[in-house]
Design a protein around this ligand. Sequence first.
Ligand code: DAH
Length: 357
Amino acid sequence: MDDLRQKYLSAIANAADEAAIEEVRVNALGKKGEISLRMRELGGMSAEERMTAGPALNALKDEINSALAARKAGLADAALDARLRGEWLDVTLPGRNRRQGTIHPISQVTEEVTAIFADMGFAVAEGPQIDSDWYNFDALNIPGHHPARAEMDTFYMHRAPGDNRPPHVLRTHTSPVQIRTMEAQGAPIRIIAPGRVYRADYDQTHTPMFHQVEGLAIDKDISMANLKWCLEEFVKAYFEVDNVDLRFRASHFPFTEPSAEVDIRCSWEDGTLKVGEGDSWLEILGSGMVHPKVLQNAGVDPTQWQGFAFGMGIDRIAMLKYGIPDLRAFFDSDLRWLRHYGFASLDVPTLHGGLSR
Ligand code: DAH
């Protein structure tokens, strides 16, 4: 017993790291460890032998266990000491001047649009980017055969063969958020819904992912006049000019009746755009009075409620305001471009503090 004791206590004292301690533990007290084997032999002893050997073995086991724990703690303390000695830091050194990140123009413009409409009482609503074709099309009065489905170059989600659930799409516009919000909140409603949308298209003015902001106002007595006022207020605030000329052009969307596309008066001089003057017109959004069938599809009674909706391209109005010529650059993650067109991260756009300064 003394030999065993001597052997393992000195092995523990000599163990130089955790792995060595563990090895000693396994050799002595593991399943096949020397002391464990001895304890198993107790069964074959006479009662008398067992009476002395049993307690002695148990005491030895306890002693070795505490020696192991003590050695372990001692090693950990020593390691911490060494680390503290090695990793000291001179807190009196001057800070390093790191380059600051910038806010992407899309985020900036989304915040600007949100601030302007918030001021007119619009809350922000959201919906999923992967949506069923019911929300993206049917509920918006775009039936299966409608050309708008083909025109939108829709991305359909893959379905396993035999999966008969209704198809899901990457939403092609933010208009499905109209349906989801009406379903969730009922009327009255005053929301905007900014977010990502997707279409299979790629050139200087189209990217497969881009951004829209939807607007929806539902109440008892809302008319085109309210739509026109809201949009005029928006455009003045957004482009930070006192006067704008808006042109409402008769148009067609399945989800609005009547429908209008809205152009702003502008001029192009030396490749720079000025809003509010000149002889050019630039289309910035689609809009109209929400179609009764759309209200009905979303569980809002069209004999009680009516309202307007609009959908605007965020990337488009960002390009216009900040003179960004190529849409694709928005999504290239080119640091030089981001530093040039990005916004300071602490300048939150507000109407009182200034939108873009
Ligand atoms: N969803 C349309 C599009 O992506 C834009 C639009 C037009 C939205 C008219 C509307 C609306 O809410 O009333 O082209």
